[in-house]
Design a protein around this ligand. Structure first.
Ligand code: 5GP
Length: 208
């Protein structure tokens, strides 16, 4: 039986560039993990594709999935639900393939309580002013939504301490490279590999 894959949780405040860094990571052939497409009730933005960027669902449909226990984690973010479909994650991990979640902080904390051996990576902005500029510059949200997102972003940065790694997004290719290296290194942790050597360890006479 193959070993279970790693659950990688990648988050950070809205506007920090998580989506861009994630796309950079997945655009290179040297990653060995799969992206879990989230579900959301927020309206589809121009250029977004259902089933690729998100599974776009109504509130009723989303609430039904929550009730049926089909969501690993979810959060209400600026008036909309966002969540991770449970079955895709479990099936992929069972195949021994790592799964990469790009989610906000509340959801990440839920995953941490359910899957404590996941790898929790936090993408940080170089500073808050730059974050604000990016949110305004994106031009996809109203003034009120931007203000809400900035408030939420500072609250989220305070939760960085719950994560294993903090990666600064000063340059997208660099940040993507750092994330990939972290994931690669995580596979070498003794507690993740020692199970393979159990028989050898049991049959070995003590040295001392
Ligand atoms: P956006 O509306 O900009 O696409 O996403 C808003 C926020 O929701 C981002 O911080 C994004 O990472 C987060 N998000 C996307 N998918 C999920 C999910 O499945 N669960 C949670 N908790 N947050 C998500």
């Amino acid at each position: 039986m193959s070993e279970r894959g790693l659950l990688i949780v990648f988050s950070g405040p809205s506007g920090v560039g998580k989506g861009t860094v994630r796309q950079e990571i997945f655009s290179t052939p040297d990653h060995k993990f799969e992206y879990s497409v989230s579900m959301t009730t927020r309206p589809q933005r121009p250029g977004e594709v259902d089933g690729v960027d998100y599974f776009f669902r109504t509130r009723e449909e989303f609430e039904e999935l929550i009730r049926n226990g089909q969501i690993l984690e979810y959060a209400e973010y600026v008036g909309n639900y966002y969540g991770t479909p449970l079955s895709y994650v479990n099936e992929t991990l069972d195949k021994g393939i790592d799964v990469f979640l790009e989610i906000e902080v509340q959801g990440a904390l839920q995953v941490k309580s359910k899957v404590p051996d996941g790898v929790f990576i936090f993408l940080t902005p170089p500073d808050l002013e730059q974050l604000e500029e990016r949110l305004v510059g994106r031009g996809t949200d109203s003034k009120e939504v931007i203000a809400q997102r900035i408030k939420r972003a500072s609250e989220e940065i305070a939760l960085m301490r719950e994560y294993d790694y903090a990666v600064v997004n000063d340059q997208v290719p660099l940040a993507a490279e750092r994330v990939k290296r972290i994931i690669e290194t995580e596979h070498f942790r003794v507690e993740r590999v020692i199970g393979r050597y159990d028989n050898m360890i049991k049959n070995t006479k003590p040295l001392v």
